[in-house]
Design a protein around this ligand. Structure first.
Ligand SMILES: *[C@@H]1O[C@H](CO)[C@@H](O)[C@H](O)[C@H]1NC(C)=O
Ligand SMILES: *[C@@H]1O[C@H](CO)[C@@H](O)[C@H](O)[C@H]1NC(C)=O
Length: 353
């Protein structure tokens, strides 16, 4: 411990002599490479950002303004829009990650301020099925389990696995989308028996109590919750240290992103937190006061392009979607066709890691 502190200090010292600006410091030791991968985080955050886009044609064809950069070559095989509940998610194949990627949109209704204010009062008001004493927030649970999202996602995963075999599954989302992503990852592990599920969320709220967390980390050991500086949302619903049995509790592992400044130098730190889920030396060491920090992770914008609307934008010529009797939309693509398209693409157009 002392030695690593000393090393860290040395690293800081030697950086004093380089040009001013923002620099990255990675506070980690080699045991952590299993837990958290910075490169992967900067890729998945782009999926969590793209799923906010409201032009469904551009999203489905992966031509939207946020469908670029590190996610190029992604093939959506299912885009699900639950119009009634104003929810959106997609499932697709990222061949450069050798994975299925599932992303959930955060809240789009009303204003983000109102949504955050409501979070203060969310109760642990649902027994998580078949796990005694595990309590969760009913609203987050049912947004995934009791809407068109779950059946759409599970069938898409099964279709993809028929074609691609046993590839991994990465689940992501921002804010409330992170809460839904967490329930989805647990569902895939428990109910589909998927062993290769990775969860990475950005600025998600708490979703359940301590008993739920014990169950969760047993089934989804590869889970990372990234928290940016003083993002207010991960501080909610509140954690009451006085009532450990009754309070909301985060699951591990938090990775806290924050800046430390020395004069004109600013260093970005990524801190891999302890295995409790509620490491007091991570985001909990500062007050959660910022909405701006909530809406930007790794320099990527994580919010709807336009708030206060659940409207759908779609090119009338878009084919391949079906609507249910409630008007919810599912766009599907045959994963075999996606695979053929990928194989046919000129070398280099879809980078392979
Ligand atoms: C981190 O993730 C990237 C992107 O998936 C991958 O290329 C790289 O090998 C990973 N690094 C480690 C140490 O696993
Ligand atoms: C699921 O949704 C239906 C209709 O919206 C509702 O009546 C039912 O109570 C919900 N069930 C759960 C477990 O949330």
């Amino acid at each position: 411990m002392e030695r690593s502190l000393w090393l860290r200090a040395t690293i800081l010292m030697c950086c004093f002599f380089v040009a001013p600006g923002v620099r990255d410091i990675k506070v980690r030791n080699k045991d952590y490479s299993d837990i958290y991968n910075h490169t992967l985080a900067t890729i998945l955050v782009e999926y969590a950002s793209a799923v906010y886009m409201s032009d469904l044609t551009e999203l489905f064809t992966w031509t939207c303004s946020r469908c670029k950069d590190k996610t190029e070559g992604f093939e959506i095989i299912e885009l699900i829009v639950d119009v009634q509940n104003c929810l959106q998610a997609f499932v697709g194949i990222a061949e450069n990650l050798n994975s299925i990627v599932i992303a959930f949109r955060g809240t789009q209704e009303h204003s983000i301020q109102n949504w955050i204010e409501d979070l203060f009062w969310k109760q642990l008001d649902l027994n998580y099925p078949d796990v005694s004493d595990a309590m969760v927030h009913h609203g987050f649970y049912s947004a995934y389990h009791n809407t068109t999202l779950r059946p759409g996602i599970l069938t898409a995963v099964q279709r993809a696995k028929k074609i691609y075999g046993n590839i991994g599954i990465m689940v992501t989302g921002h804010s409330m989308g992170g809460a839904m992503a967490s329930f989805c990852a647990l569902d895939l592990a428990v109910n589909l028996g998927e062993v290769n599920v990775q969860l990475m969320t950005f600025g998600q709220p708490r979703i359940g109590n301590g008993v739920f967390v014990s169950y969760f980390k047993r089934h989804v050991p590869k889970a990372v919750r990234v928290i940016h500086e003083r993002d207010i949302v991960p501080h909610l619903p509140p954690y009451y240290t006085m009532f450990p049995q009754k309070t909301y509790h985060h699951f591990p592992r938090e990775v806290w992103l924050y800046n430390i400044g020395f004069g004109s130098l600013v260093y970005r730190v990524e801190k891999i937190c302890d295995g409790s889920g509620e490491d007091p030396s991570c985001s909990r060491s500062v007050p959660g006061t910022s909405i701006a920090d909530h809406l930007m992770y790794f320099g990527v914008e994580l919010e709807a392009a336009t708030w206060a609307s659940c409207g759908i934008v779609m090119n009338p010529g878009t084919v391949g979607f079906r609507a249910d009797t409630d008007g919810n939309l599912v766009f599907s693509r045959d994963p075999a066709a996606a695979l053929r398209q990928y194989r046919a693409a000129p070398a280099g157009s879809a980078a392979t890691a």
